[in-house]
Design a protein around this ligand. Structure first.
Ligand SMILES: [Zn+2]
Length: 415
């Protein structure tokens, strides 16, 4: 009996100690500044490599200081920060354009490289930053690269190469307890910056016009980056139209005319280097229908189309909340995007392999259902509602499962 009581006391002591160490975790390991890690992912459908390109020290971290290690298991990739003794002090999941490209037919023929950037609070001590990829066959993460980083390394650049205006257009307080969304100008010339300011305000209106964002307005800060382009618009390769723009965005990604992306994500992260952001969103100065959203990478869509509001919140659903597409009838370039033998990680689709981890609790009372078709596949993948903003621009709202997932993501950033 004595031993048992001893163990209970010891457990209680441990619980208190770990709570205490969690509270002190941030300043033990990090400063209020930010480290941007610029990498290159290269390869083809069969193999990939991850290379370190450069490091930047940026002025503001701005993210949560208590929710540093992700517990949601989201993303096709993950990066984590470990101390010299192997303790995980930061982790985050993400998707990439490279991973999408690897599922196209072209990736069976050639190898390509893609640049992208990931941020962590600036470390106080030497750390290892480890990138891992989710394996398609078992759904588990495997390390693909480890980069030892010494914060005193003189080659970490503090250079500020941006010379454009930045302002906060929706201010609800301290960035560490808010979702900081940055809207970045693309394809706006200097003469068109007034239009960008109006467009950005219009996009803020779109966001807070739909639930759950409407009820969570006080949890957001919104920043704008007035990155100036030499030419107006964006590249439309299938019409032989090319424009010299700040972020090098383009339609016709993977041969799909409406798939608008910026293949070099590092340029976007660079444009936002002076902003304490949690999510990057690019407004492209075009009337042509198109957009893209990649989880913890960026979202991007057209400024001037009758469906600009719908497409913006749809793409932000991907890039900010990690939601999957619930449609399955449109043309996409991907070949068998999901492995039906596994439960996908996205919260709003299921293969029923582990439905309990999804919205099984919401079936009761009819809060959500099970409708076959989703994730670009008509069979074998199920979505929670007949219609949803993640399925169609004509849907009036997000379905209850997407709504819950967005709220959960907001909660994660405001801790
Ligand atoms: Zn939904």
């Amino acid at each position: 009996m004595k031993t048992k009581i001893g163990s209970i006391l010891l457990l209680l002591l441990c619980a208190t100690t770990s709570l205490h160490s969690q509270q002190n975790n941030f300043t033990d390991h990090f400063t209020e500044q930010r480290l941007r890690i610029n990498i290159v992912l290269a390869g083809n459908s069969q193999e990939q490599h991850c290379y370190l390109e450069s490091l930047n020290k940026e002025p503001f971290w701005g993210g949560s200081q208590s929710s540093l290690v992700q517990d949601m298991n989201y993303g096709e990739y993950n990066y984590r920060v470990e101390t010299q003794s192997g303790k995980i002090i930061f982790s985050k999941g993400f998707n990439t354009l490279f991973q999408e490209w690897r599922t196209t037919a072209e990736a069976n023929e050639i190898s390509k490289s893609f640049r992208s950037s990931y941020t962590i609070p600036f470390p106080n001590n030497k750390v290892n930053v480890i990138f891992s990829e989710r394996n398609r066959n078992d759904g588990k993460f495997y390390d693909i690269a480890t980069f030892p980083i010494d914060p005193l390394n003189k080659s970490i650049s503090s250079e500020n190469t941006n010379d454009f205006n930045i302002c906060k257009i929706h201010d609800q307080g301290d960035p560490k307890n808010k979702v900081d969304l940055v809207l970045i100008a693309e394809g706006y010339t200097l003469d068109q910056m007034d239009k960008f300011r109006k467009d950005a305000k219009r996009f803020v209106g779109y966001l807070f016009d739909i639930e759950p964002y409407k009820s969570r307005e006080k949890d957001f800060n919104i920043w704008v980056v007035e990155s100036v382009s030499k030419d107006s618009g964006t590249d439309i390769p299938h019409n032989d139209k090319w424009a010299n723009t700040a972020l090098s965005s383009m339609f016709y990604t993977f041969g799909i005319d409406r798939y608008l992306t910026a293949p070099d994500q590092t340029i976007i992260a660079q444009a936002a280097s002076e902003v304490p952001y949690d999510a990057l969103y690019v407004i492209v100065n075009t009337e042509k229908y198109g957009g893209g959203g990649i989880y913890n990478f960026y979202g991007l869509s057209m400024a001037d189309h009758p469906t600009s509001a719908q497409v913006f919140v749809h793409e932000l659903g991907h890039s900010f909340a990690g939601l999957a597409d619930e449609y399955y009838t449109s043309d996409v370039a991907y070949q068998e995007f999901y492995n039906l033998a596994l439960e996908p990680w996205e919260p709003n689709i299921t293969t029923k392999v582990n439905f309990e981890s999804k919205w099984a609790d919401m079936l009761e009372g009819g809060k959500a259902g099970l409708f076959e078709g989703g994730g670009y596949m008509a069979k074998g993948i199920f979505r929670p509602a007949e219609d949803c903003r993640m399925k169609a621009n004509t849907a009036p709202a997000f379905c209850p499962v997407c709504t819950r997932a967005i709220n959960k993501m907001i909660d994660n950033y405001i801790k």
